[in-house]
Write a new protein. Structure first.
Length: 153
């Protein structure tokens, strides 16, 4: 395993968050274009599925790999990790609601409300996570690949 990987989890997390923010932005663009494009519903569904899968996969990987390692090395972060996992559960629920809305071909305003809610919770979650766990991540020694720990982004 690359020695730099052992000390760069903080940067990997920031990079994952940047890619997820970009995926949400691309989904919003697909929604905006959808008003004029002939295959708008299928395009939006593809962007939604991609974004939803990426965010959900990121959180499942954190819950399975990153957070247990952090708890082991930093038991004092247990409350923070519990809150982050609670956010993951809430975001999973919101992502399922978005998927269902897109599959039912709900109107643009409805999809925008779903994206707004997800975006607000996601951003709050990312900021809290970065504020609370980036410093411990700088020294985290975890012998796993980035996709195992942060999802296949």
């Amino acid at each position: 395993m690359d020695a730099d990987r052992l000390i760069a989890w903080d940067e990997e997390l920031r990079s994952a968050h940047t890619r997820l923010r970009a995926a949400l932005s691309a989904t919003r663009v697909a929604l905006d274009v959808g008003d004029t494009a002939p295959d708008a519903a299928s395009e939006l569904l593809l962007f939604c599925i991609g974004f939803c899968s990426a965010l959900d996969g990121h959180h499942r990987s954190e819950d399975r790999s990153l957070f247990p390692a952090l708890r082991d090395e930093h038991p004092e972060l247990s409350g923070v990790i519990d809150k982050l996992m609670q956010d993951h559960s809430m975001l999973s629920h919101l992502l399922n609601a978005l998927r269902n809305a897109v599959e039912r071909d709900e109107d643009t305003a409805s999809i925008e409300r779903h994206l707004d809610g997800i975006g607000a919770i996601m951003e709050s979650h990312f900021r809290f996570e970065e504020r609370e766990i980036l410093a411990p991540l700088r020294a985290l020694r975890l012998e796993k690949t980035v996709p195992e720990v942060l999802g296949p982004l």
